[in-house]
Design a protein around this ligand. Sequence first.
Ligand code: ADP
Ligand code: MG
Length: 402
Amino acid sequence: MSELTTPTVLCFASYQKGEELLRELKRCGCTVLLLTLEELADGPWPMESIDDRFLMPSLDLGPDVIHAVSYLARSHQIDLILPLDDFDVETVAAVREHLRISGMGETTARYFRDKLAMRVKARDERILVPEFVHVLNYDALAAWMARVPPPWVLKPRSEASAVGIKRIHHADELWPALEMMGDRQSYYVLEKYVPGRVYHVDAIVWEREILFAECHVYAAPPLDVMQEGGIFSTITVARGSEDERTLRRLNRELLQALGLVHGVTHTEFIKHDQSGDFYFLETASRVGGANIDIMVEAATGVNLWREWARLEVAALRDEPYQLPDSRTDYAATVISLARQTWPETSAYDWPEIVWRLHKEHHAGLILADPSHERVQTLVYQTIQRFAHDFMTSLPAPDKPTS
Ligand SMILES: Nc1ncnc2c1ncn2[C@@H]1O[C@H](COP(=O)(O)OP(=O)(O)O)[C@@H](O)[C@H]1O
Ligand SMILES: [Mg+2]
C-alpha cells in the first residue's frame, strides 16, 4: 500500500457526477485518478482536483476494464476504488476483488444493485417487501400468479430510473412479454404492485451505524411520472413524525441486514395506501440522483458527496469519522419537462429558491426553508405554475400532502 497520508484513489464514472467528491478527495490529500467514458471527456470535471484522467469507450464489466485497471496499477499503488454512478458499483466491486483491494466486494455489492438479491435478503431478514418471484421457472411463475392477485410489475433487476418497468394485469400478458425478452428474461423480477406514495431515505453509514438519514416523499410515484408524464417532486418528510421514525428504523434495519460497513446510501420505500405499511422498494450504495444531494445540503448543510469522500479516506487511514454539524430545515425539488428549449424561471423569485436547473427542455427548482409548511406551500404553487408555464398537455400530480 502507498503512503496513507497520500492515498491513491481511482474513481469510476460512467456518468458526469461526483465533482464534489473528487474535490474533497484532493483536499484530503489523495492522489485522484478518474476513469470515465470518452463521450464524457468534455464534461465539467474539476480537473484541478484530478491528478490523472483515463478515458475508455465503455466501462461495462469485462476483460477490457480489468485489463485497463491492472495496467494502471503497474505504475500506481491504488489504495481505494470508488464507483460514482450506480452503474459502476458492480464493476468496481469486481475490479476490487481482482486487485484484492479493500472495500465492498461482489457479494455485498449485489445487494445494492440487484433488485432480486436485495429483495431475497430483506425478506430473509423479515423486512416487509412486495411479494415477488424471479422470472426463471415457468411452473413457479404460474403458481405465483395464481396465488398473488394482480396488478404486478415486471422489472429489470439492475436498471435505474424506472427504465424498462412494465405493468402486468393478467397472466396472459406475461407470457408474450417473456417471449419477446428471450434470454433476457432471467434478468427480471415479477412483483406485486403496491399502491402508495414512494419515500426515499438518504443516509450516511459509518461502522455499520446510521449517522445521518434524511427522509423524503415523492409527490407522485416515480413510475407514474416516467411513464405517464407529470411533474417530479420530492420534499423532506415532517421531522419527528411517525412516518419519519418508521422510515429511519426500517432504513437502519435494512442497511444492517444487507451488511453495509460504511458509505452513502439511497433507499426507497412505498407506504401502502390502505394498510399504511411501509414496503422496502430498493436501495443503492451511492448518492441519490435527481439532485438529491443539493436538496439534502439545502435542508441540512451536509453535502453527501463530500462526506462520502471524507469517510472513505478516514476508513482507509483508520481514523475516526465525524459528521459535521447539521441543520434540520426542509427542502424540496420540483422538476418538469418543458416545451421551451430554455425555459425561463426568473418569474419564480421566492427567496426560498436555492438552486435552478439549467438543462434543455427542463425547468427545475430546489426550495428550502426552516418551515415545513412554507416549503409545502411553495411546492404546491410551483407544481401548479410549472404545469401552466412549461408542461405541454400532461396533467399535474396531486397536491403533496406530507
Ligand atoms: N412493487 C411495486 N409497487 C408499486 N410501484 C412500484 C413497484 N416497483 C416499482 N414501482 C414503481 O417504479 C418506480 C421505479 O422502481 P424502482 O424499483 O425504484 O427502480 P428504479 O428507481 O431503479 O428504476 C418506483 O419509484 C415506483 O414508482
Ligand atoms: Mg427507484
